[in-house]
Write a protein that binds this ligand. Sequence first.
Ligand code: 13P
Length: 250
Amino acid sequence: MENRRPLIAGNWKMFKTCPEAVETAMQLAQLVNINTVDVMIAPQFTALVPVSDVIKESCVSLGAQNLFWESEGAYTGEISPAMLVSAGCGYVIIGHSERRQYFGENDDSVNKKIKAAIRNNLIPILCVGESEKNRESKETFNVLDRQITKGLEGFSSTALDTLVIAYEPVWAIGTGKTATKEQAQEVHRFLRSMVEKIFGNILAKSIRILYGGSVKPDNIKELMEMPDVDGALVGGASLDAKTFSEIINF
Ligand code: 13P
């Protein structure tokens, strides 16, 4: 992990009503008091403002699960970067596999969203990962190469200095199947080498690469021991404050 500060992020997906989200966030803010790790939760949109209120004095930061790249306009159902900032967000998850799978997101829309996030000083968490079919047909590295090359096309390395990458193998999301620590390390090393090839050594050394896919209190420690794993993007296990706090305090 070298000198990179770990980030443990919770993606709450489409779970929790506003009161439920506020309750969990409040519990988490009380349970977590750590200054060696960055912590972020990403509740659904309508819970952003009330959750922001209850975590503002804590070490927990707020993130969104998506954004639209335009700053405003007739885009029914969409949300702009500035709206997220005004709701208290510091982070935004971009290109999650569920958005690619169910909502037609692709490398091109991901690229525009990352640009919009950076323009608005939101820290983008770019999600990449191969499907089970990709892995079986030995396409993993080709798929990741494409997602990184196209997703990050047209950026300078300095523009990307806050970027976080999350490696989420689709076959490990919500399935209880975690990549082994060796599988995670192999891919994280590959992703870092891609960043080095495209953007140079300085960014490659500083960029944080998170692992996501069935992260739990009992597997976080071994994942975090890998030299290129800098944190986790946690789904199911972030929904319960106590379980998530155990992951944070790995
Ligand atoms: P799970 O932790 O539920 O497998 O989800 C991972 C994920 O998709 C986080 O973004």
